[in-house]
Design a protein around this ligand. Sequence first.
Ligand code: NAD
Ligand code: LMR
Length: 341
Amino acid sequence: MDATTVTVTGAGGQIGYALLFRIASGAMLGPDRPVRLRLLEIPQGLRAAEGTALELQDCAFPLLRGVEITDDPRTAFDGANVAMLVGARARTAGVERADLLAANAGIFGPQGAALNEVAAADVRVVVVGNPANTNALIAAASAPDIPADRFGALTRLDHDRALAQLAAKLRVAPDRIRDVTIWGNHSATQFPDVAHATVGGRPVTEALAEALGGTDAAASWLDDEFIPRVAKRGAEIIAVRGSSSAASAANAAVAHVRDAVRGTGDRGWTSAALVSHGEYGVPEGLVCSFPVTSAGPVTSTGDGYRIVEGVPLDARGRARLQASVDELIAERDAVRALGVI
Ligand code: NAD
Ligand code: LMR
């Protein structure tokens, strides 16, 4: 079987260190798919990436067909089947993800243009670097020959955080819970929605009411604890750990690509930020998190994610989504004002 070329940017950083070994082990693309890794770094990051490559070699992964390291985006993306855009400036305490817009906008335009020129015809792109949704919008806008549906931004970490909070409250394993949705931006305005989620086949809202002593108590927990905890979990990690989430982000990035490429199967939907075609009233072209499924694997890299349509949102849910969409519009307008798109 031909090797799949996976390009990881920011490979010398924290997430890179937690991500590359998972990819090389087969955890992302499957136990029978050989992988060739291309690591993109800026000159100051090359040495760290080289060190990681030495360790990758020392793991003697049977599926790993080679590791190349470069600071040139065109070399890094040449023939890439999967591009994981991690490299960006991470935020520190007190900084909002949107504050990184100007610093990171200059990265994703040139990388999108390089992908457009040299990536494989079946390339799939996931943006992890923050602000992830708008960085994905910039990369997609800079790659006019690559179908916009191939670009996504990571909200799988938010999705998994939501599953974990619910599982802890309901004292069940996270995989018993299905059809949670993260709507909107990968930011504090996101809307983690459990209105259609089930646990062991019954509504999560019903199970929460039973566990917490009534529907009012369940509604209060969802509004006052669950939603803010999930939406602000990134800041909580930064405050406790001293730097932003890395292993959990890498785990979510692996899950995002794995499910896109190999399919979501019978596990219900997951969440990913995709380019809107107007679904749920989200303006066309914004990269917004939706409920998604993937039929994969049809081709070597699967069919990819499709937005699940027709999920009902009540008035409060719509208002929460709109608040996050308003933030995405503001980010897009800020990027336009910078002349990046
Ligand atoms: P880090 O600072 O440890 O590593 C970032 C790496 O990117 C560095 O090695 C740096 O040299 C490199 N880099 C910078 N500009 C680059 C460029 N133009 N090309 C290639 N490489 C470049 O940061 P990290 O902890 O690995 O986080 C990376 C990004 O991921 C940050 O933006 C962070 O906010 C974001 N993040 C997103 C999520 C999510 O769920 N979407 C979760 C966690 C972190
Ligand atoms: C996260 O959600 O952990 C990341 O986006 C890092 C951050 O800046 O919060």
